[in-house]
Design a protein around this ligand. Structure first.
Ligand SMILES: NC(=O)c1ccc[n+]([C@@H]2O[C@H](COP(=O)([O-])OP(=O)(O)OC[C@H]3O[C@@H](n4cnc5c(N)ncnc54)[C@H](OP(=O)(O)O)[C@@H]3O)[C@@H](O)[C@H]2O)c1
Length: 120
């Protein structure tokens, strides 16, 4: 069984992820790059620089290290290539920081969609 949920840095429903794990339900991370909003966060860029990766790679690696399946969207072949190159490890300390990173308050023009408006 699979549960696809909005899951990215700044929006990580840890209780739900843990519950799914306990029940043997696979979690799929919808919008792992926060619909592109994470790309604007300076603190996340700083952390990505520390690992020598892009923000998108950090976002994707984060969801993988949570034990979820990452579903990044891109229409750009270069992004697609680099997004699959995530063979690095985020430290436990940085994972904790990312799990509790301040919540994204709005998703721009997409905020009206139920999934980003907190209704799903
Ligand atoms: N089944 C379908 O046809 C379909 C279509 C769309 C979305 N979806 C799914 O719907 C969910 C929501 O989509 P989302 O757009 O919120 O996903 P997302 O993966 O959180 O964000 C995608 C955004 O990040 C950008 N991006 C991706 N890789 C990047 C990189 N390496 N560098 C810079 N920017 C990068 C994309 O722009 P670029 O495109 O310019 O890279 C796009 O603006 C996703 O889980 C996706 O898989 C499914």
């Amino acid at each position: 069984m699979v549960n696809q949920i909005l899951l990215h840095i700044s929006n990580t429903p840890l209780d739900l992820v843990d519950y799914c794990k306990e029940q043997g339900i696979v979690v799929e991370a919808y919008s792992p790059i926060g619909h592109g909003e994470i790309l604007k966060k300076k603190e996340i860029q700083t952390m990505a620089d520390k690992y020598g990766v892009s923000v998108a790679q950090l976002c994707i690696r984060y969801t993988l290290q949570l034990g979820t399946i990452s579903l990044p969207k891109t229409a750009n072949p270069q992004h697609m290539k680099s997004n699959s190159d995530v063979d690095f490890m985020i430290s436990d300390e940085d994972m904790e920081t990312l799990k509790h990173f301040k919540h994204i308050e709005n998703y721009g023009e997409s905020s009206s969609f139920p999934v980003y408006g907190g209704k799903l």
